[in-house]
Design a protein around this ligand. Structure first.
Ligand SMILES: NC(=O)c1ccc[n+]([C@@H]2O[C@H](COP(=O)([O-])OP(=O)(O)OC[C@H]3O[C@@H](n4cnc5c(N)ncnc54)[C@H](O)[C@@H]3O)[C@@H](O)[C@H]2O)c1
Length: 418
Protein backbone atom coordinates (compact mmCIF):
# COMPACT_ATOMS: atom_id res chain seq x y z
CA UNK A 1 0.00 0.00 0.00
CA UNK A 2 1.39 3.39 -1.01
CA UNK A 3 1.81 6.02 1.70
CA UNK A 4 4.10 8.86 2.78
CA UNK A 5 4.47 9.36 6.51
CA UNK A 6 7.32 10.31 8.85
CA UNK A 7 8.04 7.15 10.82
CA UNK A 8 6.19 3.84 11.17
CA UNK A 9 7.93 3.42 14.52
CA UNK A 10 5.50 5.96 15.99
CA UNK A 11 2.47 3.75 15.30
CA UNK A 12 2.15 2.32 18.85
CA UNK A 13 1.94 5.78 20.37
CA UNK A 14 -0.53 6.85 17.66
CA UNK A 15 -2.73 3.83 18.35
CA UNK A 16 -2.93 4.67 22.07
CA UNK A 17 -3.81 8.30 21.39
CA UNK A 18 -6.49 7.39 18.82
CA UNK A 19 -8.14 5.08 21.38
CA UNK A 20 -7.87 7.78 24.05
CA UNK A 21 -9.67 10.24 21.76
CA UNK A 22 -12.39 7.70 20.95
CA UNK A 23 -13.35 7.56 24.63
CA UNK A 24 -14.42 11.20 24.27
CA UNK A 25 -16.32 10.54 21.05
CA UNK A 26 -19.43 8.54 21.99
CA UNK A 27 -21.49 9.76 19.03
CA UNK A 28 -18.92 8.75 16.44
CA UNK A 29 -18.33 5.47 18.26
CA UNK A 30 -22.04 4.70 18.02
CA UNK A 31 -22.02 5.52 14.32
CA UNK A 32 -18.99 3.28 13.81
CA UNK A 33 -20.96 0.35 15.22
CA UNK A 34 -24.05 1.27 13.16
CA UNK A 35 -22.01 1.62 9.96
CA UNK A 36 -20.32 -1.74 10.56
CA UNK A 37 -23.74 -3.45 10.48
CA UNK A 38 -25.47 -1.38 7.82
CA UNK A 39 -22.46 -0.80 5.49
CA UNK A 40 -23.90 2.37 3.91
CA UNK A 41 -20.63 3.13 2.09
CA UNK A 42 -19.89 -0.35 0.70
CA UNK A 43 -17.33 -0.16 -2.10
CA UNK A 44 -17.11 3.66 -2.20
CA UNK A 45 -13.73 5.33 -2.66
CA UNK A 46 -13.36 8.29 -0.34
CA UNK A 47 -10.52 10.82 -0.45
CA UNK A 48 -10.01 13.10 2.52
CA UNK A 49 -7.90 16.23 2.81
CA UNK A 50 -8.19 16.82 6.56
CA UNK A 51 -5.99 17.61 9.55
CA UNK A 52 -4.42 14.25 10.39
CA UNK A 53 -5.28 14.07 14.09
CA UNK A 54 -6.56 11.42 16.48
CA UNK A 55 -10.14 12.56 15.84
CA UNK A 56 -9.75 12.35 12.07
CA UNK A 57 -8.39 8.84 12.55
CA UNK A 58 -11.65 7.89 14.26
CA UNK A 59 -13.67 9.44 11.43
CA UNK A 60 -11.64 7.43 8.91
CA UNK A 61 -12.23 4.24 10.92
CA UNK A 62 -15.97 5.00 10.92
CA UNK A 63 -16.06 5.45 7.14
CA UNK A 64 -14.07 2.27 6.71
CA UNK A 65 -16.46 0.41 9.00
CA UNK A 66 -19.20 1.60 6.65
CA UNK A 67 -17.48 -0.20 3.78
CA UNK A 68 -15.50 2.65 2.17
CA UNK A 69 -11.95 2.59 0.88
CA UNK A 70 -10.45 5.68 2.51
CA UNK A 71 -7.25 7.56 1.65
CA UNK A 72 -6.10 10.67 3.51
CA UNK A 73 -3.75 13.61 3.09
CA UNK A 74 -3.15 16.65 5.28
CA UNK A 75 -5.10 19.88 4.89
CA UNK A 76 -2.29 21.92 6.42
CA UNK A 77 1.50 21.36 6.30
CA UNK A 78 1.86 21.82 10.07
CA UNK A 79 -1.19 20.05 11.49
CA UNK A 80 -0.26 16.40 10.98
CA UNK A 81 0.24 14.19 14.02
CA UNK A 82 2.93 11.85 12.69
CA UNK A 83 2.15 9.08 15.19
CA UNK A 84 -1.50 9.05 14.10
CA UNK A 85 -0.50 8.87 10.42
CA UNK A 86 1.69 5.84 11.23
CA UNK A 87 -1.07 4.05 13.17
CA UNK A 88 -3.59 4.61 10.38
CA UNK A 89 -1.27 3.02 7.84
CA UNK A 90 -0.12 0.12 9.99
CA UNK A 91 -3.28 -0.78 11.91
CA UNK A 92 -6.15 0.40 9.72
CA UNK A 93 -4.67 -0.19 6.27
CA UNK A 94 -5.53 3.40 5.33
CA UNK A 95 -3.12 5.06 2.88
CA UNK A 96 -1.98 8.32 4.46
CA UNK A 97 0.10 11.00 2.76
CA UNK A 98 1.03 13.52 5.43
CA UNK A 99 4.19 14.57 7.25
CA UNK A 100 4.26 17.34 9.83
CA UNK A 101 6.34 20.22 8.43
CA UNK A 102 6.04 19.14 4.78
CA UNK A 103 6.88 21.86 2.28
CA UNK A 104 4.39 23.20 -0.26
CA UNK A 105 5.65 20.95 -3.04
CA UNK A 106 5.19 17.82 -0.92
CA UNK A 107 1.82 19.08 0.34
CA UNK A 108 0.51 19.24 -3.23
CA UNK A 109 2.17 15.94 -4.14
CA UNK A 110 0.13 14.42 -1.31
CA UNK A 111 -3.07 15.95 -2.69
CA UNK A 112 -2.23 14.37 -6.04
CA UNK A 113 -1.90 10.97 -4.34
CA UNK A 114 -5.46 11.31 -3.03
CA UNK A 115 -6.69 12.30 -6.48
CA UNK A 116 -4.93 9.23 -7.92
CA UNK A 117 -7.07 7.16 -5.49
CA UNK A 118 -9.98 8.33 -7.72
CA UNK A 119 -12.32 9.45 -4.94
CA UNK A 120 -16.08 9.22 -5.48
CA UNK A 121 -16.64 11.31 -2.37
CA UNK A 122 -14.24 14.04 -1.22
CA UNK A 123 -13.79 15.33 2.32
CA UNK A 124 -12.19 18.75 2.51
CA UNK A 125 -11.03 21.10 5.23
CA UNK A 126 -10.33 24.33 3.35
CA UNK A 127 -11.39 23.20 -0.17
CA UNK A 128 -7.88 22.45 -1.47
CA UNK A 129 -8.89 18.99 -2.73
CA UNK A 130 -12.05 20.11 -4.48
CA UNK A 131 -10.20 23.07 -6.00
CA UNK A 132 -7.27 20.94 -7.24
CA UNK A 133 -9.63 18.31 -8.71
CA UNK A 134 -11.53 20.98 -10.63
CA UNK A 135 -8.43 22.84 -11.82
CA UNK A 136 -6.16 19.96 -12.77
CA UNK A 137 -8.26 16.80 -13.07
CA UNK A 138 -11.55 17.86 -14.63
CA UNK A 139 -11.63 14.50 -16.45
CA UNK A 140 -12.28 12.80 -13.08
CA UNK A 141 -15.17 15.02 -12.00
CA UNK A 142 -17.87 12.81 -13.50
CA UNK A 143 -16.83 10.01 -11.13
CA UNK A 144 -17.42 12.18 -8.06
CA UNK A 145 -20.81 11.82 -6.38
CA UNK A 146 -20.27 14.65 -3.93
CA UNK A 147 -18.13 16.16 -1.21
CA UNK A 148 -18.18 17.60 2.27
CA UNK A 149 -16.47 20.71 3.60
CA UNK A 150 -15.41 21.08 7.21
CA UNK A 151 -14.46 24.72 7.71
CA UNK A 152 -15.71 28.28 7.20
CA UNK A 153 -12.96 29.26 4.76
CA UNK A 154 -13.63 26.18 2.62
CA UNK A 155 -17.35 26.97 2.50
CA UNK A 156 -16.56 30.56 1.47
CA UNK A 157 -14.33 29.27 -1.37
CA UNK A 158 -16.94 26.71 -2.50
CA UNK A 159 -19.71 29.31 -2.56
CA UNK A 160 -17.46 31.44 -4.78
CA UNK A 161 -16.99 28.41 -7.07
CA UNK A 162 -20.75 27.77 -7.18
CA UNK A 163 -21.46 31.46 -7.91
CA UNK A 164 -19.01 31.36 -10.81
CA UNK A 165 -20.78 28.23 -12.13
CA UNK A 166 -17.50 26.29 -11.68
CA UNK A 167 -18.60 23.69 -9.11
CA UNK A 168 -19.17 20.39 -10.87
CA UNK A 169 -20.46 18.23 -7.99
CA UNK A 170 -22.63 18.84 -4.90
CA UNK A 171 -20.88 19.68 -1.64
CA UNK A 172 -22.38 19.63 1.84
CA UNK A 173 -21.23 22.49 4.08
CA UNK A 174 -20.67 20.55 7.30
CA UNK A 175 -19.26 23.71 8.89
CA UNK A 176 -22.68 25.33 8.73
CA UNK A 177 -24.46 22.67 10.81
CA UNK A 178 -25.38 24.07 14.22
CA UNK A 179 -23.79 21.05 15.87
CA UNK A 180 -20.55 21.98 14.09
CA UNK A 181 -19.82 25.69 14.17
CA UNK A 182 -21.61 26.55 17.42
CA UNK A 183 -19.40 24.08 19.27
CA UNK A 184 -16.28 23.20 17.25
CA UNK A 185 -15.51 26.75 16.07
CA UNK A 186 -16.39 28.34 19.40
CA UNK A 187 -15.45 25.98 22.23
CA UNK A 188 -12.96 23.90 20.23
CA UNK A 189 -11.01 26.81 18.74
CA UNK A 190 -11.41 28.74 21.97
CA UNK A 191 -9.75 26.11 24.14
CA UNK A 192 -7.19 24.78 21.65
CA UNK A 193 -5.98 28.21 20.51
CA UNK A 194 -5.20 29.18 24.08
CA UNK A 195 -3.63 25.76 24.54
CA UNK A 196 -1.38 26.32 21.50
CA UNK A 197 -0.31 29.79 22.64
CA UNK A 198 0.44 28.61 26.15
CA UNK A 199 2.34 25.49 25.04
CA UNK A 200 4.41 27.56 22.60
CA UNK A 201 5.24 30.47 24.94
CA UNK A 202 4.41 29.53 28.54
CA UNK A 203 3.68 33.25 29.07
CA UNK A 204 1.19 34.19 31.81
CA UNK A 205 -2.04 35.55 30.34
CA UNK A 206 -3.45 37.09 33.50
CA UNK A 207 -3.32 40.88 33.30
CA UNK A 208 -2.10 40.91 29.70
CA UNK A 209 -3.79 42.80 26.87
CA UNK A 210 -5.04 40.16 24.47
CA UNK A 211 -6.44 41.29 21.13
CA UNK A 212 -8.67 39.04 19.05
CA UNK A 213 -9.20 40.02 15.41
CA UNK A 214 -12.60 38.77 14.23
CA UNK A 215 -15.60 38.10 16.48
CA UNK A 216 -17.01 35.20 14.48
CA UNK A 217 -17.55 31.75 15.93
CA UNK A 218 -13.85 31.14 16.45
CA UNK A 219 -13.05 34.65 17.63
CA UNK A 220 -15.74 34.67 20.29
CA UNK A 221 -14.47 31.35 21.66
CA UNK A 222 -10.91 32.66 21.82
CA UNK A 223 -12.01 35.93 23.44
CA UNK A 224 -14.14 34.08 26.01
CA UNK A 225 -11.34 31.73 27.02
CA UNK A 226 -8.68 34.45 27.13
CA UNK A 227 -10.94 36.43 29.48
CA UNK A 228 -11.33 33.30 31.59
CA UNK A 229 -7.55 33.24 32.08
CA UNK A 230 -7.57 36.81 33.32
CA UNK A 231 -6.45 38.63 30.17
CA UNK A 232 -7.84 42.06 29.32
CA UNK A 233 -9.44 41.25 25.99
CA UNK A 234 -9.85 43.66 23.07
CA UNK A 235 -11.83 42.71 19.94
CA UNK A 236 -11.43 44.13 16.43
CA UNK A 237 -14.09 43.68 13.75
CA UNK A 238 -15.26 44.95 10.37
CA UNK A 239 -18.91 43.86 10.73
CA UNK A 240 -21.07 46.29 12.78
CA UNK A 241 -23.34 43.54 14.17
CA UNK A 242 -20.47 41.42 15.38
CA UNK A 243 -18.65 44.44 16.82
CA UNK A 244 -21.83 45.38 18.70
CA UNK A 245 -22.17 41.86 20.03
CA UNK A 246 -18.56 41.92 21.24
CA UNK A 247 -19.15 45.26 22.96
CA UNK A 248 -22.28 43.96 24.72
CA UNK A 249 -20.48 40.76 25.69
CA UNK A 250 -18.25 43.11 27.65
CA UNK A 251 -15.17 43.34 25.43
CA UNK A 252 -13.38 46.53 24.46
CA UNK A 253 -13.79 47.08 20.70
CA UNK A 254 -11.13 49.06 18.85
CA UNK A 255 -9.68 49.41 15.35
CA UNK A 256 -6.62 47.18 15.11
CA UNK A 257 -4.29 50.12 14.40
CA UNK A 258 -5.20 51.43 17.88
CA UNK A 259 -5.29 48.07 19.62
CA UNK A 260 -1.84 47.17 18.25
CA UNK A 261 -0.15 49.86 20.42
CA UNK A 262 -1.29 48.16 23.62
CA UNK A 263 -1.44 44.48 22.76
CA UNK A 264 0.70 41.83 24.42
CA UNK A 265 -1.00 39.24 22.18
CA UNK A 266 -2.76 39.57 18.83
CA UNK A 267 -4.66 36.54 17.58
CA UNK A 268 -6.44 36.44 14.23
CA UNK A 269 -9.49 34.30 13.42
CA UNK A 270 -11.10 36.05 10.46
CA UNK A 271 -10.61 33.92 7.33
CA UNK A 272 -9.36 37.16 5.78
CA UNK A 273 -6.05 38.28 4.30
CA UNK A 274 -3.41 40.63 5.78
CA UNK A 275 -5.56 41.56 8.75
CA UNK A 276 -2.35 42.31 10.63
CA UNK A 277 0.03 44.16 8.33
CA UNK A 278 2.89 46.63 8.19
CA UNK A 279 0.86 49.51 9.72
CA UNK A 280 0.36 47.36 12.80
CA UNK A 281 3.91 45.96 13.03
CA UNK A 282 5.18 49.54 13.01
CA UNK A 283 3.34 50.44 16.22
CA UNK A 284 3.34 47.18 18.17
CA UNK A 285 4.87 46.91 21.62
CA UNK A 286 8.22 45.24 21.99
CA UNK A 287 7.63 41.53 22.60
CA UNK A 288 4.11 41.39 21.15
CA UNK A 289 3.09 37.79 20.42
CA UNK A 290 1.13 37.17 17.20
CA UNK A 291 -0.74 34.01 16.35
CA UNK A 292 -3.35 32.91 13.84
CA UNK A 293 -6.22 30.46 14.21
CA UNK A 294 -7.86 31.19 10.86
CA UNK A 295 -7.58 28.55 8.17
CA UNK A 296 -4.77 29.90 5.98
CA UNK A 297 -1.45 31.52 6.90
CA UNK A 298 -2.39 34.79 5.18
CA UNK A 299 -4.06 36.61 8.07
CA UNK A 300 -0.75 38.02 9.34
CA UNK A 301 1.22 39.61 6.50
CA UNK A 302 4.38 37.56 7.01
CA UNK A 303 6.22 38.81 3.90
CA UNK A 304 5.79 42.39 5.21
CA UNK A 305 7.09 41.30 8.62
CA UNK A 306 10.08 39.63 7.00
CA UNK A 307 10.78 42.76 4.96
CA UNK A 308 10.77 44.91 8.12
CA UNK A 309 12.99 42.57 10.13
CA UNK A 310 16.75 42.76 10.34
CA UNK A 311 17.08 39.29 11.85
CA UNK A 312 15.04 36.29 12.91
CA UNK A 313 15.68 33.56 15.44
CA UNK A 314 13.77 30.71 17.05
CA UNK A 315 14.10 30.70 20.86
CA UNK A 316 11.52 27.88 21.29
CA UNK A 317 9.70 25.51 18.94
CA UNK A 318 6.86 27.34 17.16
CA UNK A 319 8.16 30.78 18.18
CA UNK A 320 9.97 33.02 15.69
CA UNK A 321 11.36 36.30 16.97
CA UNK A 322 11.67 39.04 14.37
CA UNK A 323 14.04 41.83 15.38
CA UNK A 324 13.24 45.18 13.78
CA UNK A 325 15.69 47.98 12.96
CA UNK A 326 14.44 50.09 15.89
CA UNK A 327 15.34 47.31 18.34
CA UNK A 328 11.83 45.96 18.99
CA UNK A 329 11.20 42.23 18.77
CA UNK A 330 7.90 40.85 17.47
CA UNK A 331 7.05 37.19 18.00
CA UNK A 332 5.17 35.05 15.53
CA UNK A 333 3.84 31.65 16.54
CA UNK A 334 3.69 28.58 14.29
CA UNK A 335 4.76 30.53 11.20
CA UNK A 336 1.32 32.12 11.11
CA UNK A 337 -0.38 28.76 10.56
CA UNK A 338 -3.26 27.44 12.68
CA UNK A 339 -1.66 27.75 16.11
CA UNK A 340 -4.03 25.32 17.78
CA UNK A 341 -3.11 22.49 15.43
CA UNK A 342 0.57 23.33 14.97
CA UNK A 343 1.59 24.06 18.57
CA UNK A 344 -1.10 22.01 20.35
CA UNK A 345 -3.26 19.04 19.31
CA UNK A 346 -6.19 20.81 17.66
CA UNK A 347 -9.67 20.68 19.09
CA UNK A 348 -10.43 18.32 21.96
CA UNK A 349 -12.06 15.07 20.84
CA UNK A 350 -15.37 15.74 22.61
CA UNK A 351 -16.12 18.62 20.26
CA UNK A 352 -14.80 16.89 17.12
CA UNK A 353 -17.23 14.09 18.06
CA UNK A 354 -20.05 16.29 16.78
CA UNK A 355 -18.22 17.70 13.75
CA UNK A 356 -17.20 14.28 12.56
CA UNK A 357 -20.55 12.65 13.34
CA UNK A 358 -21.94 15.25 10.93
CA UNK A 359 -19.23 14.32 8.43
CA UNK A 360 -19.99 10.60 8.66
CA UNK A 361 -23.76 11.09 8.35
CA UNK A 362 -23.33 13.57 5.47
CA UNK A 363 -21.11 11.12 3.60
CA UNK A 364 -23.82 8.45 4.02
CA UNK A 365 -26.38 11.03 2.86
CA UNK A 366 -24.30 11.76 -0.26
CA UNK A 367 -23.85 8.04 -0.95
CA UNK A 368 -27.63 7.66 -0.97
CA UNK A 369 -28.82 10.95 -2.48
CA UNK A 370 -25.75 12.61 -4.05
CA UNK A 371 -26.78 11.73 -7.60
CA UNK A 372 -30.02 13.72 -7.19
CA UNK A 373 -28.40 16.86 -5.74
CA UNK A 374 -27.54 19.97 -7.79
CA UNK A 375 -23.95 21.06 -8.16
CA UNK A 376 -24.28 23.58 -5.35
CA UNK A 377 -23.20 24.06 -1.75
CA UNK A 378 -25.88 22.30 0.32
CA UNK A 379 -26.85 22.71 3.96
CA UNK A 380 -26.54 19.73 6.26
CA UNK A 381 -30.04 18.19 6.35
CA UNK A 382 -31.69 19.44 9.58
CA UNK A 383 -32.55 15.90 10.69
CA UNK A 384 -28.82 15.09 10.76
CA UNK A 385 -28.06 18.18 12.86
CA UNK A 386 -30.83 17.24 15.33
CA UNK A 387 -29.74 13.62 15.47
CA UNK A 388 -26.17 14.63 16.31
CA UNK A 389 -27.42 16.94 19.08
CA UNK A 390 -29.67 14.18 20.46
CA UNK A 391 -26.89 11.60 20.43
CA UNK A 392 -24.40 14.03 22.00
CA UNK A 393 -26.79 14.83 24.83
CA UNK A 394 -27.26 11.13 25.42
CA UNK A 395 -23.47 10.65 25.43
CA UNK A 396 -23.19 13.42 28.03
CA UNK A 397 -25.87 11.80 30.18
CA UNK A 398 -28.22 14.76 29.78
CA UNK A 399 -31.97 14.26 29.38
CA UNK A 400 -34.36 17.03 28.39
CA UNK A 401 -38.11 17.58 28.52
CA UNK A 402 -40.46 16.89 25.65
CA UNK A 403 -43.58 18.77 24.59
CA UNK A 404 -46.91 17.62 25.95
CA UNK A 405 -49.69 17.13 23.38
CA UNK A 406 -51.38 20.33 24.70
CA UNK A 407 -48.13 22.30 24.30
CA UNK A 408 -47.65 21.00 20.78
CA UNK A 409 -51.23 21.96 19.87
CA UNK A 410 -50.70 25.43 21.42
CA UNK A 411 -47.50 25.99 19.47
CA UNK A 412 -49.17 24.86 16.26
CA UNK A 413 -52.16 27.17 16.67
CA UNK A 414 -52.75 30.88 16.17
CA UNK A 415 -56.14 31.41 17.81
CA UNK A 416 -55.01 31.57 21.45
CA UNK A 417 -53.74 35.02 22.57
CA UNK A 418 -54.01 37.28 25.60
N1 LIG B 1 -8.23 26.89 14.13
C1 LIG B 1 -9.17 26.01 13.86
O1 LIG B 1 -9.10 24.85 14.22
C2 LIG B 1 -10.39 26.46 13.13
C3 LIG B 1 -11.64 25.87 13.38
C4 LIG B 1 -12.76 26.36 12.72
C5 LIG B 1 -12.62 27.38 11.78
N2 LIG B 1 -11.37 27.89 11.53
C6 LIG B 1 -11.14 28.99 10.58
O2 LIG B 1 -11.17 30.22 11.32
C7 LIG B 1 -11.59 31.29 10.49
C8 LIG B 1 -12.80 31.99 11.12
O3 LIG B 1 -13.89 31.08 11.17
P1 LIG B 1 -15.29 31.51 11.83
O4 LIG B 1 -16.15 30.30 11.78
O5 LIG B 1 -15.06 32.20 13.12
O6 LIG B 1 -15.78 32.57 10.72
P2 LIG B 1 -16.86 33.72 10.87
O7 LIG B 1 -17.25 34.08 9.48
O8 LIG B 1 -17.92 33.32 11.86
O9 LIG B 1 -16.04 34.91 11.54
C9 LIG B 1 -15.03 35.66 10.92
C10 LIG B 1 -15.15 37.09 11.46
O10 LIG B 1 -14.00 37.81 11.05
C11 LIG B 1 -14.42 39.14 10.74
N3 LIG B 1 -13.42 39.78 9.88
C12 LIG B 1 -13.18 39.64 8.56
N4 LIG B 1 -12.18 40.45 8.17
C13 LIG B 1 -11.77 41.11 9.28
C14 LIG B 1 -10.77 42.08 9.51
N5 LIG B 1 -10.00 42.55 8.53
N6 LIG B 1 -10.62 42.55 10.78
C15 LIG B 1 -11.39 42.11 11.79
N7 LIG B 1 -12.36 41.18 11.62
C16 LIG B 1 -12.54 40.69 10.37
C17 LIG B 1 -15.76 38.94 10.05
O11 LIG B 1 -16.52 40.13 10.07
C18 LIG B 1 -16.37 37.83 10.90
O12 LIG B 1 -17.15 38.33 11.97
C19 LIG B 1 -11.87 30.65 9.13
O13 LIG B 1 -10.71 30.74 8.34
C20 LIG B 1 -12.15 29.20 9.49
O14 LIG B 1 -11.96 28.35 8.40
C21 LIG B 1 -10.27 27.48 12.20
Amino acid sequence: MEHDIRDMGLADQGRKRIEWALREMPVLKGLMARFATQRPLAGLRIGGCLHITTETANLARTLKAGGAEVALCASNPLSTQDDVAAALVRDEGIPVFAVKGEDTERYYRHLEAIIAHRPQITLDDGADLVSRLHQRHADQLDEVIGGTEETTTGVVRLRAMARAGALRYPVVAVNDAYTKHLFDNRYGTGQSTLDGIIRATNILLAGKVFTVAGYGWCGRGIAMRARGLGARVVVTEVEPLRALEAAMDGFRVLPLAEAAHQADFIVTATGDKHVVDRRHFEVMKDGCVMANSGHFDVEIDIPALQALAVSRHRPRPYVDEYRLADGRTLRLLAEGRLVNLAAAEGHPAAVMDMSFANQALCVAHLAEHGAQLDNEVHAVPPHIDREVARLKLRGMGITIDSLTAAQQAYLDSWQEGT
